[in-house]
Design a protein around this ligand. Structure first.
Ligand code: AMP
Ligand code: MG
Length: 478
């Protein structure tokens, strides 16, 4: 299908106007296409071969009208760093409508009713990061929003310095957040709260619509998906950085990428967000914060379902999380059947990685070819004795596998990515793109989408992160 034949619908606008604000995008000055993602075009039923740069540029800049589109911003609230903020909303995101089960949203397309002091813009730096990382997460099997394309411009946007304005077209099956429910709960609008729950059921949990305990079942499913999503983050060393409840998706996908990081050397208390001085959203706090956020959601749903019932579902969080994490770690280590002491094996490995300042991604990748010779692995740690000891236990554990060494290697090479988009790699693409050279952004898109494959020209990105770029903290400004 061609873009000109794409028809959008806007079911969210059937809700009461208090849920949204209809607003047109404000175009950027001198827009140009940085990158387009053919895979995402297919999700919408579009034929990538029929899309021109010019129409994509216009679509993202809000100057191409699609049949059925009625742009709007959504209203929500949320707990930011533990404190309730009564009204947030899409301050710089504008929804265009829905096609093929995907909601199209422009991020950085100008002010809305919910912009507060903000300019409604997003800078090129953070837009490149969001565009690429959502595709990387998807390829790693972690539920996430997606991205269709990205434009840059000559629009000057004030942050710590002047930066280029940019717009990403993001896609998600739903943009409803925990904070969407909190808004209606805390303003005592229980009728609207119920309408939102009904909407989310219809939109994203149709399997429960006819059920007697539909809201409860939906909440239980959100608990499960959130727990499993965070287990996915932990397994690849991903630190989201801003797990405020307004950034928590009600369908359990990763959204609103900001100062995120794939960790370089493993550090359990790693904090990617420069403004998070207390480490509320540090790597090892993520599972706990997921629970805390789900508690806020349960509280917001309490007019619809009794507290006891919600709490029963919430209490399953720990077991959902642990079960998934154990599965993922077993796969990372190439273990084909669960054993009682596996959690000890994993825990020890994480402390061995931390003590030896081991870069996680190259370590697991190297381990994927381990067949007895330890030299290459020992070269990755500052504490070789500890790793040696752990490898002794690992050898014993591998002896209990039914999988052959060859099959284990094959499986591990498709579990442990060769490439993750570490911050220093993204920064190289950003530096070039700010000078209008978009080649690296497009190369990184291919890397992000095929993280388990060999990409010879980019071998340098598969190794240990250079010391000066290791575990940096990023500014929240975007
Ligand atoms: P974030 O932490 O980026 O997800 O944003 C938190 C809230 O601030 C959301 O309501 C955003 O829409 C809003 N916001 C962030 N940056 C801007 C901006 N430049 N202009 C308007 N609103 C913004
Ligand atoms: Mg947000």
């Amino acid at each position: 299908m061609k873009l000109s034949n794409l028809t959008l619908n806007t079911p969210y606008l059937s809700l009461d106007p208090i849920f949204y604000h209809e607003v047109a995008p404000t175009p950027l000055h001198n827009p140009r296409l940085v990158s387009f993602n053919p895979g995402a075009a297919k999700l919408l039923g579009l034929d990538p071969a029929h899309l021109t740069d010019e129409e994509l540029e216009k679509l993202l800049n809000g100057t191409l009208f699609l049949e059925g589109s009625r742009p709007y911003a959504m209203c929500y609230a949320g707990h930011q760093f533990g404190y309730y903020v009564p009204r947030l909303g899409d301050g710089r995101a504008i929804n265009l409508g829905c096609a093929n089960g995907w909601n199209l949203q422009l991020k950085g397309s100008g002010q809305t009713l919910y912009s507060r002091q903000g300019d409604g813009r997003a800078v090129l730096r953070s837009s490149i990061r969001e565009y690429l990382i959502s595709e990387a997460m998807n390829a790693l099997g972690i539920p996430t929003s997606r991205a269709l394309a990205l434009i840059s411009s000559d629009e000057k946007v004030a942050r710590e310095r002047w930066e280029r304005g940019a717009i990403v077209l993001r896609l998600a099956p739903s943009w409803i957040r925990f904070g969407s429910f909190e808004y209606f709960f805390h303003t005592n609008k229980h009728k609207e709260l119920e309408s939102l729950a009904d909407f989310l059921l219809q939109e994203s949990f149709p399997q429960f619509v006819e059920s007697e305990d539909a809201y409860l079942k939906m909440y239980g499913e959100i608990v499960k998906r959130t727990a499993e999503m965070i287990a996915g983050w932990q397994s690849v060393g991903f630190n989201h950085g801003v797990m405020n409840t307004d950034n928590m998706s009600a369908i359990g996908i990763t959204i609103d990428y900001g100062p995120f990081a794939f960790m370089d050397t493993f550090e359990s208390g790693y904090i990617c967000n420069h403004t998070d001085a207390q480490g509320r959203y540090s790597y090892d706090n993520q599972p706990r914060i997921g629970y805390w956020n789900l508690e806020r959601l349960a509280h917001a749903l309490s007019p619809l379902v009794t507290h006891e019932k919600l709490q029963t579902e919430l209490e399953k969080y720990g077991s959902y999380f642990t079960t998934r994490l154990m599965e993922l770690l077993r796969a990372k280590l190439g273990l084909d059947t669960p054993q009682e002491n596996d959690s000890d094996l994993f825990r020890t490995l994480f402390s061995v990685m931390e003590n030896g300042r081991i870069d996680m991604t190259p370590f697991f990748r190297t381990l994927s070819r381990y067949g007895g010779n330890r030299d290459v692995l020992l070269a990755l740690t500052l504490a070789p004795n500890q790793l040696n000891e752990w490898l002794d236990t690992y050898d014993t554990r591998l002896a209990q596998n039914t999988l052959s060494t060859h099959d284990r290697h094959t499986q591990m090479l498709y579990t442990n990515p060769k490439y993750v988009l570490k911050n220093y790699i993204l920064q190289e693409a950003i530096d070039a793109a700010e000078k209008d050279d978009f080649a690296l952004v497009n190369d990184l898109l291919i890397l992000a989408q095929n993280p388990y494959d060999e990409h010879e020209p980019f071998e340098r990105y598969a190794g240990v992160t250079p010391q000066q770029h290791t575990n940096l903290k990023l500014s929240c400004s975007s």
